[in-house]
Design a protein around this ligand. Sequence first.
Ligand SMILES: *Cc1c(COP(=O)(O)O)cnc(C)c1O
Length: 230
Amino acid sequence: MIRENLEYIRSDIANVCASCGRDASEVTLIAVSKLKPNSDISEAIDAGQRDFGENWVQELKDKIPAFPEDINWHLIGHLQKNKVKYIVDKVKYIHSVDSVDLAAQIEKECVKKNCECNILLEVNVAREESKSGFFEEDLMSAVEEIAKFSHVHIKGLMTVAPFVEDPEENRVYFRKLKHLLVDIQNKKVDNVQVDVLSMGMTNDYKIAIEEGATMVRIGTAIFGARDYSK
Ligand SMILES: *Cc1c(COP(=O)(O)O)cnc(C)c1O
């Protein structure tokens, strides 16, 4: 099923891109494999998938050594400062940077390990209490602070939109995130070149692509429902 699901989603992404005048190569599909066994990931790899997203450092750290080195891992869940050291040199992007302090910790660990790290700043566009992320009014000053670091590179923005029945309701939030990205581009902060917009999940990725997503994070539609009781 995983292969068929991936094929379906890839063609759906291509169709949405075609219908809004975008090139499908602009959109990276990240397969969100949290709580899923290595055998599922292997199946996805066999079907050509290269980018995987995980939420928890421990799970990510356990999974990475089981797979080829050319797999791109994305940390998409909330990251605690004391866990940064385990993954900073192992992931392609950290999507969930939600404070200047966390970015400073990433910088510190990168210096120690002599590596660099690509990050996205998570924005709580819908201002939900249950979610982490910068409020938009705090974003620009955070960008300016983090831009001073030499090993951490801000590549763009990420958001987790509200859980809604009708994905159309999230269009305003995706559009807002795109505007914030353009604001940062226009500000021309030294050392900052942003073009990544990580937004859209199983429920709302089509809308997110229409609004400019360059990375979509899809779990359920590829691997099926997750079992949180484990
Ligand atoms: C779990 C998760 C996803 C994937 O969600 P689905 O609805 O299963 O596609 C995407 N992004 C984040 C941050 C997640 O935690």
